[in-house]
Design a protein around this ligand. Structure first.
Ligand code: FMN
Length: 300
């Protein structure tokens, strides 16, 4: 068996594949299954807010091309108090659990970070980047980003990850602000703003009209973001966007990622995790690579 384990922010993952936020709900049963039966390396919860929220009307997720989706779910979630009840069961999965949180003020972010830390999660991910909700304005402004990160860093001891918004002039400026304020890692990238119009009804298809593009079409933009970030910041980068194969993961690592998050690819079923692992193991053998950590940033 090839060793696919990696270490990031003090967390040991048996492989670099982490579930991206928002793809599966927050129920313990499904997340535990993903770890136990399908061998994922780590889990990120759906983004959780201070109060329960129902999100936008359907259609909220549509496939616009093979492996490419457009979504505007509207941060539907059960609220922080319900989520923390699920944490003990999710922790049974035995893999690191990252809680993704969003709020409207820095105090809300800090309050939720304290609650998830108390509940036993391994790291917190700040969603300041959802392209179809108000939080994207935080992730588009280096000062607001710095201020939220600062507040959360002061409030908790667990690693603080910042999920970056690609819908900005300079993703590097935002990442630098997060790093300066003490962020332990960045996740790049969230979805890119997009829209699809039904030519028969002559109207936008999503109930929210516009949404975020995920999946295969997002990968070149995500690779470029990770490549640029690697040249500009020292904290670890978790790559995300359009990963469908183990070679996609290797590509993100060569650009500068230490680990990755996967979302849209799970449309093809969870068996894809095993084939990603096999791809990585074969690649490592072919290139005589002993640990995946050796690959980070090699393309530079
Ligand atoms: C249906 C759907 C819901 C999502 N919800 C969230 C969310 O709640 N929080 C978040 O940070 N990202 C959310 N995302 C973005 C993903 O976590 C990820 O950044 C993006 O989809 C790119 O990765 P992928 O191409 O592997 O899907 C969502 C994506 C999709 C497709």
């Amino acid at each position: 068996m090839t060793d696919l384990s990696i270490e990031i922010c003090g967390l040991r993952l048996r492989n670099p594949i982490i579930l991206a936020s928002g793809i599966l709900g927050v129920t313990g049963a499904i997340l535990t299954r993903l770890a136990r039966d399908f061998g994922i390396g780590g889990l990120t919860s759906k983004s959780i807010g201070p109060e329960p929220r129902s999100g936008y009307l359907n259609p909220s997720v549509i496939q616009i091309d093979d492996g490419t989706c457009l979504n505007a779910v509207g941060l539907a979630n059960p609220g922080i108090d319900e989520f923390v009840q699920e944490v003990p069961e999710i922790k049974h999965a035995g893999v690191p659990l990252i809680a993704s949180i969003f709020g409207e003020t820095e105090d809300q972010y800090a309050m939720m970070a304290i609650k998830v830390e108390k509940a036993g999660v391994d790291a917190v991910e700040l969603n300041i980047s959802c392209p179809h909700a108000n939080v994207s304005s935080i992730g588009a402004d280096p000062y607001l980003t710095a201020s939220v990160v600062h507040k959360v860093k002061d409030a908790v001891k667990i690693p603080v990850l910042v999920k970056l918004n690609p819908n900005v002039t300079s993703i590097v400026d935002i990442a630098r602000a997060a790093e300066k304020s003490g962020a332990d890692a960045v996740v790049a990238i969230n979805t890119m703003r997009g829209m699809a119009i039904d030519v028969e009804t002559m109207k936008p298809i999503l109930a929210n009209k516009s949404g975020g593009v995920s999946g295969k079409a997002l990968k070149p933009m995500a690779i470029k973001a990770v490549y640029d970030l690697y040249e500009s910041i020292k904290i670890p980068i978790i790559g995300c966007g359009g990963i469908f194969t183990g070679l996609d993961i290797i590509e993100f690592m060569l650009a500068g990622a230490k680990a990755v998050q996967v979302g849209t690819a799970f449309l093809e079923g969870f068996g894809i995790i095993e084939s990603m692992k096999q791809d990585m193991a074969r690649y490592m053998e072919r290139h005589s690579i002993k640990t995946l950590g050796e690959l980070t940033g090699i393309a530079h």
